[in-house]
Design a binder for this molecule. Structure first.
Ligand code: NI
Length: 172
């Protein structure tokens, strides 16, 4: 397993639309394992392949309290969504230190392939529902800050560019 570098907003590669996975093979399982390791290393609850510059429809997440129940979603689809919406604070490993409120469907039913290539379907609510919708947005090239006002988004963009410059200045 390996830790993968995470793209940072506003890197334009984050706007790439991911392709469906043709076959869940060893290459995909290696990607899944690396994504899981990288997500845990950064204390994230979810990570999409897009964020590590791999543009295939793969997501990993873990919203369990014990951080010991990784979930793998390959070629995920939302097959049902609640009319009811909820607003919650979101963050993203590609937009470190930024948290803001986003409105999402309160419940979604998701169908995907797991690490073995088996079809699984489940209903998500609460944090898991937020996480699924957030990560699936990454797969269509959308970062959560795009739901915020243009003013906020520009401010975040400047902050991230400065943060990246400062880190490079320190030789990172
Ligand atoms: Ni994210």
């Amino acid at each position: 397993m390996a830790l993968l570098p995470i793209l940072r907003f506003p890197d334009p590669r984050l706007n790439t639309v991911a392709k469906p996975v043709a076959q869940v093979d060893e290459r995909i399982r290696r990607l899944v394992d690396d994504l899981i390791e990288t997500m845990y290393d950064h204390d994230g609850v979810g990570l999409a392949a897009t964020q590590v510059d791999v543009h295939e429809r793969v997501i990993v997440m873990d919203t369990s309290d014990g951080r010991d129940q990784p979930r793998v979603l390959i070629n995920p689809e939302i097959v049902a969504r609640s009319v009811e919406m909820q607003v919650g604070d979101e963050g993203c490993l590609s937009v470190p230190t930024i948290y803001d409120r986003v409105e999402r469907h309160a419940r979604v039913t998701v169908r995907a392939l797991d690490r073995q290539g088996q079809v699984c379907e489940f209903e998500a609510e609460g944090l898991t529902a937020v996480c699924v919708q957030h990560e699936m947005d990454h797969l269509i090239g959308r970062v959560f800050v795009e739901y915020l006002s243009p003013l906020k988004r520009d401010r975040i963009k400047s902050k991230m560019l400065k943060k990246t410059r400062d880190e490079q200045g320190r030789g990172r």
